[in-house]
Write a protein that binds this ligand. Sequence first.
Ligand code: MG
Length: 162
Amino acid sequence: MNIRIGNGYDVHALAEGLPLWLGGVRVESPIGCIAHSDGDVAIHALCDALLGALALGDIGKHFPDTSDEFAGIDSKILLERVCSLVRAEGWEIGNADITIAMQRPKLAPYIIPMRECLASVMGIEVSDVSVKATTTEKLGFVGRGEGCEVYAVVLLNRQTNI
Ligand code: MG
């Protein structure tokens, strides 16, 4: 097989007064994710998609939340490490598509900065990184503003030695 697909999913609970990091970008918000790391739920889902594509387990296996090393860590560092692992295994990242479900704040102004940031960390083109945001029409835990939920899909291509 010369291509592999992976999907990732993550949820974090939200609380008042915490910083909100999404897709590597600090979002202006009165609420942020409760987390052991910086709580970048979008990067966590993306890491799980990358690891899932190669059946390498999940982010919790590689970066345990019981470890002090990862307390408050910038999730971009985790993403960088996962991308290095993917390349070391002989794969290139084709594209990524991320959907963030959050009731508030409005994420539209942050979509392009997130795409640019993630592309730069992953070492791929901005046109190969899609970030989409949706509310859940006030339904469920996302709609009540209790949590933020992210789905990510990635495609990997086997490295070719030309
Ligand atoms: Mg997480």
